[in-house]
Design a protein around this ligand. Structure first.
Ligand SMILES: [Zn+2]
Length: 283
């Protein structure tokens, strides 16, 4: 998809089933309709999500937003033949070395685990070795404060062991501004809510606009109602930020990109006759 000079791709790692205890496994598209049952045939409570990091290219820069699950990146990984950053970048003739900037919306493992991998000598390495990783200072501080604490919100798992290495290598850029221009036309906006340091990305060029709203708006199903109460650290702030951003995006005729959608992964924000938000196909 084109937004002004930017070429935007969604790097899909597939569809995953997430269970109440936080375990996650990959599902094949033909199994989506069949709910998982336990040994006694009782339906197990789970949700299906996609995992879709974003690649933005403008000919000079290759910007990656969120880094996926990182399955199959480690030298001795148990995962084989799985889609990850490497295999997905390869489709566009790129490798992780070609990434110039990494943006992390927040540090939950499903958004940040692909940031590093373990090499043959059992050393943690940055996956995108030439890039800096841009995140909110508040997010880092909050993640550190959650180590050894009971989970505040469902799915809010931080796995910081590997990220300490990025910090030690000075690969992390801690943003203190609520709005930060990463490049002309790419702006990071702190929203809080889902986590205190959650940020989203606005892409704007030549009169065209797109938003990647991270876990503030994980999929198309969250457009017209707020259903993240159990997932958000500050539900009220999430709802407020989401309402304001959607209003803004609608006025701008913007395209929305989703990280966790299974079906509609992107669309132009419109309203139907009932004044409800709908998405229109973008080519
Ligand atoms: Zn999250």
């Amino acid at each position: 998809m084109k937004i002004g000079r930017f070429e935007i791709e969604q790097l899909s790692e597939g569809i995953f089933e997430v269970f109440e205890d936080g375990t996650i496994h990959k599902v094949h598209s033909e199994d989506i309709a069949h709910p998982t049952t336990d040994l006694e045939g009782i339906r197990v409570s789970s949700v299906l999500i996609g995992i879709d990091p974003i690649l933005i290219r403008d000919g000079k820069h290759n910007v990656l937003i969120d880094t996926g699950l990182g399955w199959g990146l480690d030298a001795k990984s148990e995962y084989e033949n799985t889609s990850n950053l490497k295999t997905n970048l390869d489709i566009f003739g790129l490798t992780p070395h070609d990434i110039t900037h990494v943006v992390l919306t927040h540090l939950h493992f499903d958004h940040a685990a692909g940031s590093t991998y373990v090499d043959l000598f059992a050393h943690t390495q940055p996956t995108m070795d030439y890039a800096n990783y841009f995140l909110q200072k508040k997010e880092w501080a909050f993640a550190l404060s959650q180590v050894d604490q009971p989970l505040l919100a469902k799915g809010g798992n931080y796995d910081l062991d590997e990220l300490y290495k990025l910090a030690a290598d000075q690969k992390l850029v801690f943003i203190t501004d609520a709005r930060f221009e990463l490049l002309p036309g790419i702006e990071l906006i702190r929203t809080g809510g889902h986590t205190p340091g959650h940020q989203i990305v606005k892409i704007h060029d030549a009169g065209e606009t797109a938003y990647f709203l991270g876990d503030l708006l994980p999929s198309e199903h969250h457009l017209n109602h707020y259903a993240m109460k159990q997932m958000d650290v500050d539900p009220l702030q999430s709802k407020k930020a989401k309402t304001l951003l959607l209003k803004q995006a609608y006025e701008e005729g913007a395209v929305l990109l989703f990280y966790h959608s299974i079906h509609t992964k992107a669309g132009r924000l419109m309203k139907d006759v009932d004044r409800k938000y709908v998405l229109e196909d973008v080519k």
